[in-house]
Design a binder for this molecule. Structure first.
Ligand code: C5P
Length: 211
């Protein structure tokens, strides 16, 4: 049986995770957050003090890594890891490495009905032929406010203007990079997530009902 693939792309803190969780629960699909894989690599590079500007050192380290955990955790959600993940994600060798894990994840889970995968290049590069592609749109100020609240709630010290600056910087890095930049994927539906989650869900349900 053909597996259903739903892709969710969008900028940092646009609510992709919450939307992916909603869809995966409603449709009993497996959820893969590709950002976790970039964050996990960033954490390894940080702990092992790998010079992330040196392609040679990055490639050597990638050769040693056999497995990356798909598990979310507080230690990969810090601002330091967010920024570092975005920096290492510019390298094609890192992207190919992460994509391999994503393809394995989808291919090995044969019993699953399908997958919801979120990230920056999922509908444009990784799963171009997905059954449904969503692009989440939220203005930077609202994203920064939501991220600020999230960090404060989780006990991290946080300053709103700094969060906004970091979000804008990550947007720039993600949109302007040479390999797999963040774009609105061809054939995707733009979901406005500036307002209440209820309104976002309404837009999504209309699309889900048409699959
Ligand atoms: O989605 P999240 O904020 O967890 O992703 C962390 C960083 O990983 C992003 O800022 C982006 O640079 C990178 N990323 C990416 N492609 C993806 C997922 C994440 O480049 N598919």
């Amino acid at each position: 049986m053909k597996k259903l693939i739903i892709t969710i792309d969008g900028p940092a803190a646009s609510g992709k995770e919450k939307i992916a969780k909603y869809i995966s629960k409603k449709w009993k699909l497996n959820h893969l957050d590709s950002g976790i894989l970039y964050r996990r690599l960033a954490l390894i590079f940080l702990i092992e003090n790998i010079d992330f500007k040196s392609i040679h050192k990055i490639k050597n380290k990638l050769k040693e890594i056999r497995q990356i955990s798909f598990r979310n955790s507080k230690k990969i959600r810090t601002q330091v890891i967010s920024k570092l993940a975005s920096k290492i994600a510019v390298h094609n060798c890192v992207r190919n490495f992460v994509n391999k894990f994503q393809y394995n994840f989808v291919n090995k889970n044969k019993k699953m009905r399908g997958f919801v995968i979120d990230g920056r290049d999922i509908g444009s590069v990784v799963f171009k032929k997905a059954d449904l592609k969503l692009y989440i749109d939220v203005n930077p100020e609202i994203r920064a406010k939501r991220r600020y609240k999230q960090l404060i709630d989780s006990g991290e010290k946080s300053i709103y203007p700094k969060i906004l600056r970091d979000i804008k910087l990550r947007d720039k890095q993600d949109k302007l990079r040479k390999h797999s930049p963040l774009i609105i994927p061809k054939g995707s539906h733009i979901i406005n997530n500036n307002g209440r989650f209820k309104d976002t869900v309404n837009q999504i349900n209309i699309l889900l009902d048409k699959i």
